[in-house]
Design a protein around this ligand. Structure first.
Ligand SMILES: O=C(O)CCC(=O)C(=O)O
Ligand SMILES: [Fe+2]
Length: 322
């Protein structure tokens, strides 16, 4: 059986070797049709930058609770474990950042929350630089996806590059289970992402699992040190009429050490209209989803999440940038 997340090397494309494009785009197309996940190597982001991001994340979460809570937020800043009632209090902490767009009053485009430099030396710079690297990688990925779908290479450029975009990154610390809890404790429940494409880095601990559509079983994606795990969110299910999978995935808690990961969600330009691409429809098929905008999808998602888990919470936090 094919791997649940095949390793795909895009270095040929990045080096400008056009002869590599058909092979790479066909591999990506196959992965998204069969499992919705692949592991990306040859992406050009130095391992030292990735390791630095993981170290900065670990240092941030190691700060005292009261320091982290100074920047407690919902879609930006520190997310303590209790924000999601469905998880055990020890399961997972997060820190969210998104695009920095001061002066825009549009919901979803919010200000980031940072500690003072002396409270978390180097954290902001490291995370912002990694986020910027993800922004570039997302454009590259979307170009390869466009080619694989038989579209113009730049088809998704506006989606990715228009500044007013729902583009977020969350770094996580998953806490080890208590001895009496055993293995197989779910720390992040099964979900599909609300994104176009998600670029995830998981450290070497493991625990990320994807639901196999054929068997219904969750299968583990083994960490590959220099690879990003790439998956599609529900926007591509809509664009491709479910030919590309927005696969369900979850995370099992580690058993003896913290696990760190970083998930960058390219949910794109708020005014992007998402409608079924005519290229994917076979004779006699019709679109399964209503046409909608990114803003509608993301707003609905946030309402669902925050109204369910934190009654009374608003879908957005609008924060003045310091
Ligand atoms: O931490 C991970 O490995 C996965 C995170 C994830 O799926 C998410 O944040 O949506
Ligand atoms: Fe996810």
């Amino acid at each position: 059986m094919a791997s649940i997340a095949p390793v795909i090397d895009i270095s040929g494309y990045l080096a400008g070797d056009n002869s590599q494009i058909p092979k790479i785009t066909a591999e990506i197309d196959r992965a998204f049709r069969t499992t919705g996940f692949f592991q990306l190597v040859g992406h050009g982001i130095p391992q030292s930058q990735i390791d630095g991001m993981i170290q900065a994340t670990a240092d941030f979460f190691a700060l005292p609770d009261e320091t982290k809570r100074k920047i407690h937020g919902k879609m930006r800043g520190y997310q303590s474990p209790e924000l999601r009632e469905s998880l055990s209090s020890l399961a997972k902490e997060g820190f969210f950042i998104g695009r920095h767009l001061p002066g825009r009053n549009r919901p979803i485009v919010e200000g980031n929350l940072w500690l003072k430099e002396e409270e978390a030396p180097g954290f902001r710079k490291t995370i912002e630089e990694y986020f910027a690297a993800m922004e570039k990688l997302a454009v590259i990925l979307l170009r390869l996806i466009a080619l694989g779908l038989g579209l113009e290479e730049t088809f998704f450029d506006n989606f990715a590059k228009q500044p007013e975009g729902a583009v977020l990154m969350r770094v996580h610390r998953y806490h080890p289970t208590l001895p009496e809890e055993g293995d197989d404790v779910v720390g992040l429940e099964a979900h599909a992402d609300t994104s176009g494409v998600t670029i995830l880095y998981q450290d070497g601990i493991g625990g990320l699992q994807v639901k196999n559509e054929q068997t219904g079983e969750f299968e583990t994606i083994e960490p590959v040190r220099d690879a990003f795990v790439i998956n599609l969110g529900n926007m591509f299910a809509r664009w491709t009429n479910d030919n590309y999978l927005a696969a369900e995935h979850r995370v099992l808690l580690p058993t003896d050490k913290f696990r760190y990961s970083a998930a960058y969600f390219m949910a794109g330009w708020l005014d992007q209209v998402i409608e079924c691409l005519p290229q994917v429809l076979k004779a006699g098929e019709s679109p399964k989803y209503e046409t909608c905008t990114v803003e509608e999808l993301v707003t609905n998602f946030r309402k669902e999440i925050y109204d369910i888990h934190t009654p009374g919470a608003t879908a957005y936090v609008t924060v003045e940038e310091s």
